[in-house]
Every structure is written in structure tokens, then in C-alpha cells.
Ligand binder design. Structure first.
Ligand SMILES: [Zn+2]
Length: 220
């Protein structure tokens, strides 16, 4: 269950990282500016020049719903509140303040508020790429540990030396004889008397334990 959850989380994170990476590449050639305006409030997402920004801006006039503007290169023009088309060069920049809306003179209208956060794409892509990377490294490490335990005749579950044991692991109780599965993925060590005597542990996903003993007997 825990592994399943980790896998689910990893896949979601990887999908987001890929999606953001695609947006990052697009931001180099096209600027996108999506706004949603309602009840004198505007919410905006902007993507261009390798940056991503979110904003919430108070409006002097009621807005008219959802809009999407796109342009070659970066978006040119007034973005939100007092901001212009430029982005901050910081990795991440949080801004909030008050401004006079365009077309109004100071004192002619109460100041309006804005909040916005702009960030370089390296930040969200970097954040979402970490979980799949960690998962992948853990997976490789787990495979290495299982392979090593198998080759040394140790319990795959706890690493206890099973060369003198049969059936279950005396340390953790894990079943060491499996009739199904594949090596390294849920299958268990197959320990036979013969292998215990000669100090070797047989490892195999086998259809039935009988052929194993049969083969071993033939070898003897
Ligand atoms: Zn064990």
C-alpha cells in the first residue's frame, strides 16, 4: 500500500514535471496570458521568457470572464496592476501593493490592491522532478540489495543468513519458498537441503518445487 502510494505520487509528480517542462520550452517562443475576471477581481496566469507568474488584482471595472492571449515571444503590454511586461530576474519574486488604475488620476479613485508571485520555471520543474528521481534511485538500490542478498544466500526481507535454514526465515518469518513470481519482485529465496549443505542458495521463480528438487537430485 505504501509502495503503491509512493508510485502514484511519483507518477503524478513526473507528469507535472513533464507538463511544466513543456510549458517552459513553449515560453521561449510564445507568451501565454490567461486571465479570469469576476466581481472586480482578476486572477491571472502568465508564462513567457522562462517564467511563470500568478496574480490577483483588484479591478476598477467589472471583468468579463475567461480570456487567453498569446503572442510571439513574451507578452507585451501592461500585465497586472502597476506591473509592466517585464519579469523579475529573481528565482522567485513575491510582490504586493496598491496602484492607481490606468486612466485615473491620483485621488480620483481609491487605490486598488494586487498580489503576484513570479518564478523561474527551474523552480517548479526542479521541485516536481525530485520525487520521481528519488523513487528511481530507491528502486535501483532496492534491486541491488535484493540481488546481493540472493547471491549471498540471505533472506530477501531482512538480510538474515539463510544458508543453514529451510522454509521460513528464522529471523523475520518471511517465507523462503515461492511457487510464483519473478526474481527480485516479490519472489522469495528457494532454499534446499542440498544448497544449504553446499553453502549455496537457489533462487528461482519456479512453476513447482518438485522440478527443483528433481534437478538438484539429478545433479547430485
Ligand atoms: Zn528474514
Amino acid at each position: 500500500m505504501k509502495r503503491r502510494l509512493a508510485k502514484f505520487y511519483m507518477i503524478g509528480s513526473l507528469a507535472l514535471a513533464l507538463q511544466l517542462a513543456a510549458m517552459w520550452m513553449r515560453s521561449g517562443v510564445r507568451g501565454d496570458y490567461i486571465t479570469w475576471e469576476r466581481n472586480y477581481r482578476m486572477y491571472a496566469v502568465r508564462s513567457d521568457w522562462g517564467h511563470l507568474a500568478f496574480a490577483r488584482v483588484q479591478l476598477a471595472v467589472p471583468g468579463d470572464g475567461l480570456q487567453w492571449q498569446t503572442s510571439r515571444g513574451g507578452y507585451a503590454g501592461v500585465i497586472y496592476g502597476p506591473e509592466t511586461s517585464r519579469f523579475y530576474s529573481d528565482l522567485i519574486a513575491l510582490r504586493k501593493g496598491r496602484f492607481i488604475p490606468a486612466g485615473h488620476s491620483p485621488g480620483g479613485i481609491p487605490l486598488l490592491t494586487y498580489y503576484h508571485i513570479s518564478m523561474s520555471y527551474t523552480l517548479p520543474v526542479g521541485i516536481f522532478v525530485v520525487p520521481p528521481l528519488v523513487y528511481f534511485l530507491c528502486h535501483i538500490r532496492r534491486r541491488y540489495v535484493l540481488k546481493r542478498r540472493s547471491s549471498l544466500g540471505l533472506c530477501k526481507a531482512c538480510g538474515y543468513d539463510l544458508r543453514a535454514s529451510n522454509g521460513r526465515c528464522p529471523e523475520c518469518g518471511a517465507e523462503q519458498l515461492s511457487l510464483s513470481g519473478t526474481p527480485g519482485r516479490g519472489s522469495r529465496c528457494v532454499t534446499t537441503e542440498a544448497s544449504a549443505t553446499c553453502g549455496q542458495t537457489l533462487l528461482a521463480p519456479l512453476p513447482s518445487p518438485l522440478p527443483v528438487y528433481g534437478e538438484r537430485e539429478k545433479e547430485q
